[in-house]
Write a protein that binds this ligand. Structure first.
Ligand SMILES: [Fe+2]
Ligand SMILES: [Fe+2]
Length: 280
């Protein structure tokens, strides 16, 4: 892993499907690559904010999200789960969007109670996978993502545009593009499984046919565009490949994440000059 670059690319919100904007940010990744940290805004009759970014990007997230939708117009905040990189601007959004209802669930609220000020129960709706909510000109259907790092995770698919938010599934470093069609196929083939494994190492204990049925069910929701918090936007063949690679993870060994060797490498440049400076 390289030291953090001084300036990361800072892309603007991008229309990825009708009425549907990706709110992109980056964090440094290995070898000069970037980790996407995305969320989404659906600008329909009843606008929906989908996750609220990472604390690191809070000010920029607020500027980008509210360049796409006026805060007072927002009617729904869909919170995919309670991880910090999805709840960065949650309290700001609740305050600045007084007409918005927070779509979440019991366990998310329990977990957030340990790290956030009390959330307004009277402004919530608790919806489980298989449930849905009506946003005026579309229905958002909730499902359990195929890869997740928190038990509260729920994705959504928009009935009108078939745009899907698949949360922490399909993470992948990128040299800069957030469109999978523009990325080298070998990057998707090698890095996406490694990050899926890092997010959900329990894949090693999955029965292939049982897990395959879950992946089939998510694929059968019929998404045309799939956006995620930490990967590129997937469509068509790249999307089919991504679902196939998920099936392949069931029962496969955990792909190791970096260990002490990487830490040693990261520290080496600072240790060497320090040791040279020690008087003998
Ligand atoms: Fe997460
Ligand atoms: Fe995440």
């Amino acid at each position: 892993m390289n030291p953090a670059p001084t300036a990361l690319p800072d892309p603007r919100p991008e229309l990825i499907a009708p009425d549907t904007f990706l709110i992109p940010h980056f964090a440094p990744g290995p070898d000069g690559l970037l980790l996407p940290v995305n969320s989404m805004v659906i600008r329909g009759r009843e606008p929906v904010i989908v996750d609220t970014g990472a604390p690191l990007h809070r000010d920029s997230w607020l500027e980008k999200a509210f360049s796409v939708v006026e805060p007072e117009d927002v009617r729904w905040i869909f919170l995919s789960h309670d991880d910090g990189d999805h709840t960065g601007a949650l309290m700001d959004v609740l305050e600045r969007c007084p007409k918005a209802t927070l779509v979440t669930n019991f366990f998310t609220v329990e977990r957030l109670a340990l790290e956030k000020p009390a959330l307004p129960l009277h402004r919530m709706r608790w919806i489980e996978p298989g449930g849905h909510f009506d946003a005026g000109d579309r229905t958002l259907h909730l499902f359990r993502p195929p890869i997740f790092d928190g038990p509260t995770s729920r994705g959504i698919i928009d009935s009108k545009t078939r745009a899907m938010w698949i949360v922490d599934s399909f993470a992948c470093f990128t040299p800069g593009s957030l469109d999978a069609d523009e990325l080298p196929p070998e990057l998707l083939a090698n890095v996406m499984p490694a990050l899926n494994s890092a997010v959900s190492p329990w894949h090693a204990w999955l029965d292939r046919s049982t897990y395959g049925r879950h992946v089939d069910a998510v694929e059968a929701l019929g998404a045309r565009t799939v956006a995620s918090a930490h990967g590129p936007v997937l469509r068509g063949e790249r999307l089919a490949d991504a679902f196939d690679r998920l099936r392949g993870l069931a029962g496969a060994p955990i792909i190791p994440t970096p260990g002490q060797e990487l830490l040693d490498q990261l520290l080496a440049p600072t240790l060497v000059p320090a040791m040279e400076a020690v008087p003998i």
